[in-house]
Design a protein around this ligand. Structure first.
Ligand code: STX
Length: 322
């Protein structure tokens, strides 16, 4: 693919939701949601990353507000959803059914575009493979299939640690070397323990490691945001919980399920230098789902707001807008 560095598309100018609320989805969870854009426009649901990352006011700006009816929400335990950072009844399949509840009860539409990056791509695939009749298109970024090699890439030595040995040492340093088990298990003990100070320290270290891997160029703003106590605890507890459980997905499940996506138009925007979710997963998905358009961004990392990644995403949503 040709590398485009001039006239790259950027976020739409800031706009506010026209309606917000909380939806009770069961097991005590209340999900914060917001509708923005054009109430009569083309429906789209935005699925944020992590899991645990929560939504931000910039996420809606990837869609033309004159053309899209945009539903953004915070997944169980994230952002403004309550109870904060809760791991109770918090699995991939709870979230898949939450998306259906939001479609029926909040967006009140029959079908919608499904848009997600990173963990949001995992959840988009799980949702669209469960309810293929509900997805008009899929726009995905930074593909994460929850296969073992992707989890190991992030949390075992020899993957992202080979690119960020400095960050890896810091991540590993809060766990005594002689402690048995892997780092995901060791962090889990601390992130779910009774000691609040230890939980926060582990949460900030977990989130800092992730923050280092998600931008191509060092970003102090990303590290500061992801390690701030109110954000770090949800990211670390929820992400660690999902990683420890393999996302409640069988190995290869989302690749095998790609046959259910036949006939649904799709675009993948994937950074070549994505150190969090390297292109291997996107490539495997493209082979399993030949109709999808795979755009590998030569100077792209992982995060949606990097210039080449954002350009690809906005071009995709614009193309599907009419
Ligand atoms: N997790 C990758 C992911 O979904 C494997 C992700 N990485 N960072 C984020 O999400 C946030 C920046 C949204 C926290």
């Amino acid at each position: 693919m040709e590398m485009r560095t001039d006239s790259r598309r950027t976020l739409y100018p800031a706009f506010e939701p026209y309606e917000t609320g909380h939806l009770a989805v069961g097991e005590g969870h209340h999900l914060y949601w917001e509708l923005s854009g054009n109430p009569d426009g083309k429906p789209v649901v935005f699925l944020h990353g992590g899991p645990g990352g929560g939504s931000s006011p910039d996420h809606r700006r990837q869609f033309n507000p004159d053309k899209y009816k945009i539903l953004v929400f915070d997944q169980r335990g994230c952002g403004k959803s309550t109870p904060y950072a809760s791991l109770e009844a918090n699995t991939t399949w709870h979230l898949v059914d939450d998306v259906e509840k939001l479609r029926e009860q909040v967006a009140k539409v029959d079908r919608w575009m499904v848009f997600g990056g990173s963990w949001g791509s995992t959840l988009s695939l799980a949702y669209a493979q469960t309810y293929p009749q509900r997805a008009t298109e899929l726009v995905l970024r930074g593909i994460f299939l929850f296969d073992q090699h992707e989890v190991d890439w992030l949390y075992k030595e020899g993957g992202a640690s080979a690119i960020y040995p400095d960050g890896w040492d810091e991540f590993a340093s809060i766990i005594p070397e002689e402690e048995p088990g892997d780092l995901v298990a060791a962090y889990r003990k601390r992130l779910t323990g009774e000691d609040g100070d230890e939980q926060l320290r582990a949460a900030q270290a977990w989130s800092k490691w992730e923050a280092m891997t998600v931008t191509l160029l060092p970003s102090e703003a990303t590290v500061d945001h992801m390690t701030s106590p109110d954000v770090a605890v949800a990211i670390a507890r929820i992400e660690n919980h999902y990683m420890a459980e393999g996302g409640w997905l069988e190995e290869g499940q989302l690749l095998r399920g790609a046959e259910k996506l036949r006939g649904i138009p799709g675009v993948i925007v994937q950074g070549r230098h994505d150190s969090c979710t390297p292109p291997k997963g996107a490539w495997a998905l493209k082979k399993a789902w030949p109709e999808v358009e795979l755009n590998i961004v030569p100077d792209g990392g992982h995060l949606y707001n990097e210039p080449g990644i954002l350009d690809g995403l906005v071009r995709a949503t614009d193309r599907f807008a009419d």
